[in-house]
Design a protein around this ligand. Sequence first.
Ligand SMILES: *[C@@H]1O[C@H](CO)[C@@H](O)[C@H](O)[C@H]1NC(C)=O
Ligand SMILES: *[C@@H]1O[C@H](CO)[C@@H](O)[C@H](O)[C@H]1NC(C)=O
Ligand SMILES: *[C@@H]1O[C@H](CO)[C@@H](O)[C@H](O)[C@H]1NC(C)=O
Length: 301
Amino acid sequence: MSTTSSCTLPWLLLNIFLFLPLIPSSHIPPIVPTCRDKCGNLTIKYPFGSDFGCGHPDFARYIKCTSGELRFSSGTGAYTVSSIDYTTSTLVLTDLFMSTCSSMQNSGSFRLDRASPFTLSSQDVFILLGCSRTSPVFDPNEDLCDTGSGLHLCRGLYSCEGVTGIGLEPNGPISSCCVYQPIVDFGSGYGLDLPKLQCSSYASMYGFGGDETDPMKWQFGISLEYNDSYYTDACKDCEASGGFCGFADFRQSFSCICRGGGNSTTNCYGRGYAWSGTLEHNIHTKISFGGILLFWVLLLL
Ligand SMILES: *[C@@H]1O[C@H](CO)[C@@H](O)[C@H](O)[C@H]1NC(C)=O
Ligand SMILES: *[C@@H]1O[C@H](CO)[C@@H](O)[C@H](O)[C@H]1NC(C)=O
Ligand SMILES: *[C@@H]1O[C@H](CO)[C@@H](O)[C@H](O)[C@H]1NC(C)=O
């Protein structure tokens, strides 16, 4: 017995220490979100957030970072956020089903919730393509299409090779094209319902890339402005301490999420130590627990 125990005791001790981390500790810190300042290539700043619990809840409802891509969801689908300009509070969405000069295809609809913090930018131009002759956009009493200077945009797009994608010949008649006007007036409640408008596709542009005569240079995408009055002093204080502004619990109340882990209702000053403190506490618990276990093992031997 004594010969075997001299050999098993170090073995037992080794086992105890190897398996100790598996014993659940009495103090489990709550799962606090971690926030990152990038999503793929995009810099993420407040009110946007990279992960759930980061940023402002009004934005988190619409914008998520999935597999390194920032996605904007509305009632009509999910769109890729291709850029954010924090100085002008604007972002650009790309709709994969939208038409551009190089590629035209049947598109879905586009809608913005009225309650969202986003509105269409004033420079956005929506062009409806392949509309039926009976489309309500051509109602002479409604005046929904730009029939004046805007028509050069239709001519430009209908000169693109891409129009074959919606069953048209390049440089054909532009009677099925409409530079849609009422967009900006609708503000954030705006909706582009293609089945209702009887159009096959749409293109949205937020700039001409310096050359209004070359549709290959046009900047296709939907530019949105966002409400920038979400920045509070509490958030500025949190960011100054190296934290990310976020939200927690069912009330979605303000939470400052610290880089080293942990969160606070105010800021992250001193939080780096708080976290390692919890860790030390856990190790102590484990060691004293291991001591008691060892005592019983020795007693049994
Ligand atoms: C990130 O940026 C680089 C360089 O600007 C670009 O080549 C790459 O395609 C971008 N990646 C994504 C996922 O946008
Ligand atoms: C912008 O957001 C603030 C704070 O949430 C709100 O009080 C204000 O009404 C919003 N402004 C607009 C134009 O929606
Ligand atoms: C910290 O995060 C947890 C998990 O999300 C949450 O339950 C808790 O309320 C947050 N605490 C503070 C002070 O924000």
